[in-house]
Design a protein around this ligand. Structure first.
Ligand code: AMP
Length: 145
């Protein structure tokens, strides 16, 4: 078990560690599944945030959710992609984390998620916190202490 004398880092706000919204690939709520599949394939990300026209976070969309939504009994029904809207297939029960939350909350949640969508107090999408960035910070801290 790692033993750390100083646990101050657990109480640092996560704001400094997030990838800002303008650098995050995302889809808009009104986009269709075909567009979302294109974005996901081109970027190579497994899932991306879904945002509305007011820049509020609405959910998360992954490739698996798209394929699931077009699975027919005997074939994948690709022709449905154009008519399906992102909000019909996105995941909405995602963890809630804000820019003012502390490193400890991020650490706890990132055990089960590769990244977290971060919002401002009013629900505006602020960016993402990834497991990679968190682990890097944790590693720096351990080596320093
Ligand atoms: P990484 O830490 O780079 O391996 O990213 C883990 C996951 O976080 C990716 O598979 C994406 O789902 C998400 N992600 C990371 N960076 C971005 C980004 N710039 N835009 C959208 N999603 C991202």
């Amino acid at each position: 078990m790692i033993s750390l004398n100083n646990r101050d880092f657990l109480f640092v706000p996560i704001a400094d560690y997030i990838i800002p919204a303008e650098k995050v690939a995302h889809v808009q709520i009104g986009n269709n599944a075909e567009h979302a599949l294109l974005v996901l394939t081109k970027t190579g990300y497994s899932a991306i945030p879904v945002i509305d026209s007011k820049n509020h976070l609405k959910g998360l969309l992954g490739i698996g959710m798209i394929t699931d939504s077009i699975l027919g009994l005997e074939r994948i029904e690709y022709e449905k992609l154009a008519d399906l809207k992102v909000d019909q297939i996105m995941q909405t029960d995602i963890p809630n984390i804000k820019t003012t939350d502390k490193f400890q909350k991020g650490l706890d949640l990132l055990i089960n998620h590769t990244f977290l969508c971060v919002t401002e107090e009013d629900g505006t999408f602020a960016g993402i916190l990834t497991r990679r960035v968190m682990l890097k910070e944790f590693k720096k801290y351990i080596y320093k202490n």
